[in-house]
Design a protein around this ligand. Structure first.
Ligand SMILES: *Cc1c(COP(=O)(O)O)cnc(C)c1O
Length: 339
């Protein structure tokens, strides 16, 4: 038995999910004729109290479309230095949108309204790029699954409104934040101009992300999706899996959070661990004390058929998800205790 903590993207569709995929009504989505996709887009938009949504093959694409539609070349995007849109999307902000990035040093991936305010360029200074968009990430991946405080988001939105900036949320793991904090999807729908959510992470669908926004924004996004090569045809099977995940796999995320807490407690008792980022959701990022290195730990666990990644020369990451059972967690804790 292999226990895979490398990412919450490794989940496979459940039996029931495969059944609804097989029975999904299909059509050509580039013509707007795939019933399952239309249903998913409407369902998700309604969940967030937003006007519209567009289904895309990945969260990278939904983020990159949002940035493309919010900005013009030469403008600037403000985000945390650990943001996925900066760290893990292949330089897409520059490649796709021709924008520069203002990186902020946040707290475990979270930035504040006063940091944003200070990073906004004077629009009358012709030397500076025009600040156009703020990107937040919730939960923050490199921040160890940290969650935003609603009040801070409200203050950031106020700053954006005052200075004419768009506010985009990379909500790849937003449902983990909702479950962990008790916040509501509609609050997010009110505070952000656009939201990206992933169905392929902890929710357990095989493929897919959604970009949510107002009617006009999503109409422009469909054009950019086509330009980026993301116009899919009979992709309703994927959409059906996504809708099933939204209906059945949100509440159970709390179990992943509990599993993460149990494993991190076991790790915290080991002398070779020097520090663990606060475990708020389903991600554990731990710092290893020299002479042990993250690769030593990864290698050791690999030999025991437990998979994980190191994420820097000093840190490794473990991610909990749908396919990790309580028995697997107990086995992992036993292996850690034996080291
Ligand atoms: C996984 C992830 C994405 C999207 O990744 P894709 O693999 O392109 O779907 C976006 N943002 C964050 C924070 C992520 O963890």
């Amino acid at each position: 038995m292999i226990i895979d903590y490398r990412s919450d993207t490794v989940t496979g569709p459940t039996r029931e999910m495969r059944r609804v995929m097989g029975e999904a009504p299909l059509g050509d989505d580039v013509f707007g004729e795939d019933p399952a996709i239309n249903e998913l887009e409407g369902f998700a938009a309604e969940m967030f109290g937003m006007e519209a949504a567009v289904f895309c093959p990945s969260g990278t694409m939904t983020n990159q479309i949002a940035i493309k539609v919010h900005t013009q070349p030469g403008e600037e995007v403000i985000c945390d230095q650990d943001s996925h849109i900066y760290q893990y999307e292949g330089g897409g902000i520059a490649f796709n949108s021709g924008c520069s990035v203002r990186l902020l040093q946040g707290n475990h991936g979270r930035i504040t309204a006063s940091q944003v305010l200070q990073a906004i360029n004077n629009p009358d200074d012709i030397h500076k790029p025009v600040s156009r968009m703020v990107g937040l990430e919730n939960t923050s991946n490199r921040g160890g699954g940290s969650c935003y405080d609603m009040e801070e988001i409200r203050r950031i939105r106020d700053v954006c409104d005052l200075h004419g900036l768009s506010l985009h949320l990379d909500g790849a793991r937003l449902f983990n934040a909702l479950v962990a904090t008790g916040q509501r999807a509609e609050e997010y729908g009110r505070l952000f101009h656009t939201i990206s959510i992933c169905l392929s992470k902890g929710l357990g669908a095989p493929v897919g992300s959604l970009l949510l926004g107002d009617q006009g924004f999503i109409r422009r996004s469909r054009r950019i999706r086509k330009v980026f090569g993301g116009g899919m045809r009979q992709a309703g099977m994927l959409a059906a899996a996504g809708k099933y995940a939204l209906e059945h796999h949100i509440n159970r995320l709390g179990q992943d959070h509990e599993h993460a807490r149990l494993i991190s407690e076991a790790l915290s008792r080991k002398p070779f661990i020097s520090h663990i980022l606060p475990v708020e959701t389903n991600i554990i990022i731990a710092e290893v004390r020299p002479p042990m290195t993250p690769s030593d730990f990864v290698q050791h666990m690999h030999e025991k058929k437990v998979l994980l990644f190191s994420v820097s020369p000093t840190r490794f990451r473990m991610v909990l998800h749908l396919d990790i059972t309580p028995e697997m967690v107990a086995h992992t804790i036993k292996l850690i205790e034996e080291i």
